[in-house]
Design a protein around this ligand. Structure first.
Ligand code: GLP
Length: 265
């Protein structure tokens, strides 16, 4: 699984945007550039609060005839487990609400959250994903505070981790519960792509907005590469771009800020 480029640390490209909306626009620009070059691009996409604006702009672009997603293949990075896929809090429902009910894509894969056996489901999802690796682009959010999780790869996730069931951390549960339509039902588990799956992609984009992400961004970019901060493993990938708003970038050291690309309207 180890690839030679995973043996050294790379400095990612960092784009800091004046507003949250510019983060959305920049992220969509990356997707658009990729798909214009390769109509059959394979993407892994996130859920959460952060990318809602990105999906809004993506849908707009398709509706305006500037982008065609109908030959792309879309993977979801993670999904709650267990949850009825039709439940409004499933990531499957999220994807329909924000993307798939509005535009057509070539194929869409997401872990089956109603599968009876999560181990079998992890094997099934891994097999599909492996057929498409190396996928062209993974877009990631990052977990709250210092969890530094990517997908549902919580602290403790290792560089060789692959698709699996994972128990969510109390911080993740707390942060995510705020966004649930049915907050009475605790969602404390998920099926996620692993760190190794993410690192196999040709290109990775991380989007983050707000002060709540600042510590985690600083830790992931400037701290040691370790399982304490799963996003720090991205330092080992040569083609990573962080698209941040000013708040999420606010704790980066002055030294690290050199080389940042700033975007204003
Ligand atoms: C969630 C998801 C991640 C997401 C992250 C950030 O738990 N599993 O895929 O990127 O946490 O979510 P938000 O954008 O709501 O802060």
């Amino acid at each position: 699984m180890m690839k030679s480029h995973l043996e050294k640390n790379f400095r990612p490209k960092i784009i800091v945007c004046e507003s949250e909306e510019l983060v959305d626009i920049e992220a969509v620009r990356t997707i658009q550039q990729l798909v214009l070059k390769n109509l059959q691009a394979v993407l892994a996409l996130p859920t959460g609060n952060t990318p809602i604006g990105m999906y809004k702009h993506l849908v707009q672009l398709v509706k305006n005839g500037k982008l065609d997603l109908s030959h792309t293949t879309i993977f979801n990075i993670d999904e709650y487990y267990p949850i009825d896929p039709l439940h409004p809090d499933s990531f499957a429902s999220y994807m329909k609400q924000h993307l798939l009910d509005h535009v057509s894509v070539g194929a869409w894969y997401i872990p089956r959250s109603d599968s009876e056996n999560f181990q079998e489901e992890a094997v099934r999802y891994q097999e599909i994903l492996n057929k498409y690796q190396p996928i062209d682009l993974v877009v990631l959010g990052i977990g709250p505070g210092l969890t530094c999780h990517i997908g549902f790869n919580e602290q403790g996730s290792t560089i060789d981790s692959t698709v699996r069931y994972i128990k969510l951390s109390p911080e993740t549960i707390q942060a995510n519960t705020k966004h649930l339509k049915d907050p009475q039902t605790i969602r404390d588990g998920g099926i996620t792509m692993g760190i190794a799956d993410i690192l196999l992609a040709k290109e990775i984009v991380v989007i983050a907005k707000s002060k709540n992400k600042a510590e985690g961004i600083q830790r992931s970019l400037e701290g040691a590469v370790s399982s304490d901060a799963p996003a720090s493993f991205l330092q080992l990938h040569p083609h990573v771009t962080y698209i941040l708003d000013k708040d999420a970038a606010s704790l980066l050291s002055t030294d690290y800020q050199k080389g940042i690309i700033y975007k204003t309207l």
